[in-house]
Write a protein that binds this ligand. Structure first.
Ligand SMILES: Cc1cc2nc3c(=O)[nH]c(=O)nc-3n(C[C@H](O)[C@H](O)[C@H](O)COP(=O)(O)OP(=O)(O)OC[C@H]3O[C@@H](n4cnc5c(N)ncnc54)[C@H](O)[C@@H]3O)c2cc1C
Length: 570
């Protein structure tokens, strides 16, 4: 059952309370209620996803920013020589399904190296053990336009009977043939990659997205559809923000079982476990407000320490993102759709009628993944932050149009996003000194470690190389942003520093570490260290960022975590 507020509940005691009905929380709620003897409550701060058009149409997620479906956070990008510290919007899904109801739908698992890195010493998180959970999550489906997809993906690495729809792009883009020709013309730098979810994402291949029938597939549409919310043991309360969790008594090892919510004196009790799935921003905020965090920081806020875990809110990791754009001689670009209300109305009408047309795509139709060369001076100087030799450092997302560069003149463009997917920099999530329960302070920490800035510079040069393949001759007129004459390291650095924004892939703020590590927040079973009854299942447990977009790893973690919980309470 889905309720609008806690007052509608007939009891305040449950076996499990899942805090946050987002990407991970929805998975856990679904899987735990497969056990009919488990009563599960989900508390979600945001409203329902049901009927929210901007969440359903794959091309529309940006329309959800700065609305009631978004937490509307602001984040700090630290300053550097010559560039002041600045702030940037930091969207997060404030809606059932969380970020999966509001993201750009890229489906990228990361590399096998990411999972095999022996950070926790628990082989259960290795690629071999996690692949079945990835397949359990995934329901591969035909693209919206039903085109022939042979040679566009490798069926042997996909799940066809899981929960969340995935598919190839369902509408051609004007640049498809040219981008793919690059892999033939410059095969050393951009070899064709049949499938970027095989565990070795290196090369240029087709985008895969969490889209089915031309519509966004999210944790809410997949794991909390009416079939599942009809379960008698699943209770979901919307519009309910959790402020703190409390232990029963402050004995040596506190046992957390009580949930406090904003604007209500009702206390909710979990007899078995509290599961924090509030995401990489929400989870550390709730922990710190509950007295779980760095003792000194908590003391300075007047919060009594229940468990001294200095790693809470630290190790924040996200990938810096820069866009470069070139003006082109063709007028067949996505700029047409972006600038023409009549075309937009036609595209929406087509989508509403048949779930086809230009609005079925969430991003670019191709993605390119590259490593810095073995002999790169950057790797020599700063070391390799990637998890292994089959892991890219740089992602390029070429497509026509200006993407997010609205200030370009009214001409036609081709652009690419450039992301450093293995950043070495770390940021923080901390409580707001004047209002600990209000928006936390998010410091993205971008470019505070030596690797990231020169790597981004190389990313720009790599993108330049991609667009210098013979196929673009006559099509590309000039680089517009940054201008052609920005070629020196200093010039590129200035461009990077002033235009970088976030990939919105926050992870790591309640990181998993081995039982005996002197850092980290949860053990390899995702239980909060030095506590009982409190588990974390969301992006915050990732010890480092996977080399791509983060929803697929979060889904797989949540699937495995559900099994771990069921195993503990069988
Ligand atoms: C705009 C955007 C675009 C992105 N694009 C992509 C992409 O294309 N591909 C990709 O793989 N990844 C993408 N990501 C990242 C990816 O979606 C996230 O890493 C992933 O979904 C996080 O899952 P989660 O379960 O950790 O958190 P979330 O999905 O954010 O879930 C947390 C939930 O908890 C709720 N919550 C938070 N605090 C509280 C509280 N105090 N009380 C009650 N409820 C609370 C939230 O409202 C939310 O529903 C994107 C993210 C954003 C924001």
């Amino acid at each position: 059952t889905v309720y609008g507020n806690v007052g509608e509940l007939s009891t305040t005691v449950f076996d499990f309370i899942v805090i946050g009905g987002g990407t991970a929380g929805a998975v856990v709620a679904n899987r735990l209620t497969e056990r009919l003897d488990f009563e599960v409550l989900v508390l979600e701060a945001g409203p329902t996803n049901d009927g929210v058009l901007d969440s359903m149409v794959p091309a529309f997620p940006v329309k959800l920013f700065n609305t009631a479906y978004d937490w509307n956070y602001t984040a700090i990008i630290p300053g550097m020589a010559g560039v002041d510290t600045r702030s940037s919007n930091y969207p997060r899904g404030h809606i059932l399904g969380g970020c999966s109801s509001h993201n750009a739908m890229y489906y990228t698992r990361g590399s096998a190296d990411d999972y095999n890195a022996t950070v926790t010493g628990d082989a259960g998180w290795s690629w071999e053990y996690m692949l079945p959970y990835m397949l359990k999550n995934e329901k591969w489906s035909p693209p919206a336009d039903m085109h022939n997809t042979s040679n566009e993906f490798d069926p042997s690495v996909h799940g066809f009977s899981g929960m969340v729809f995935t598919s190839l792009p369902g509408f051609p883009q004007p640049s498809d043939d040219m981008v793919l020709a690059v892999s033939k013309q410059l095969p050393n730098d951009f070899p064709f990659l049949l499938d970027m979810n095989s565990g070795r994402p290196l090369g240029l291949g087709w985008y895969q997205g969490t889209i089915g029938n031309g519509t966004r597939s999210s944790s809410a549409t997949a794991y909390l559809s009416e079939t599942f919310t009809a379960r008698k043991n699943l209770h979901i309360v919307l519009n309910t923000k959790v402020t703190r969790v409390h232990p029963t008594s402050e004995v040596d090892i506190p046992r957390f079982n009580t949930v406090e919510i904003s604007g209500s004196s009702t206390r909710l009790i979990a007899t078995k476990e509290l599961i924090l799935s509030a995401g990489a921003i929400g989870t550390p905020q709730i922990l710190m407000n509950s007295g779980v965090g760095d003792h000194q920081e908590l003391q300075s806020l007047g919060i009594q320490t229940v468990v001294n875990l200095p790693s809470v809110g630290k190790n924040f990791t996200d990938q810096p993102y820069v866009i470069i754009s070139f003006s082109v001689s063709s007028n067949n670009t996505l700029d047409n759709l972006a600038n023409n209300a009549t075309l937009q109305a036609e595209a929406l009408a087509q989508w509403e009628l048949t779930r086809t047309g230009p609005y079925v795509n969430g991003g670019p139709n191709q993605i390119s993944w590259s490593r810095l060369p073995m002999d790169s001076s950057i790797l020599k100087e700063f070391g390799d932050p990637s998890a292994g030799p089959n892991t890219p450092h740089i992602e390029l997302t070429p497509q026509t149009g200006r993407i997010f560069l609205p200030n370009l003149p009214n001409r036609h463009f081709i652009s690419t996003g450039i992301q450093i997917v293995t950043p070495a920099s770390r940021g923080t999530v901390s409580l707001n000194m004047t209002d600990p329960l209000g928006d936390p302070v998010i410091n993205l920490g971008f470019f505070t470690a030596g690797f990231d800035l020169p790597a981004m510079r190389e990313g720009i040069r790599l993108a330049q190389k991609l667009f210098s393949a013979p196929i673009w001759k006559g099509y590309i007129i000039e680089r517009f942003s940054p201008p052609e004459n920005t070629t020196t390291d200093e010039g590129l650095d200035a461009y990077i520093r002033s235009t970088t924004f976030s990939s919105l892939h926050a992870v790591g703020t309640a990181a998993m570490s081995s039982e005996d590590a002197d850092y980290g927040v949860v053990n390899p079973d995702l239980l909060v260290k030095s506590t009982t009854g409190l588990r974390i299942v969301d992006a915050s447990v990732l010890p480092f960022i996977t080399c791509g977009h983060t929803q697929a790893p979060v889904y797989a973690i949540a699937e495995r975590a559900s099994d771990l919980i069921k195993e503990d309470w069988k």
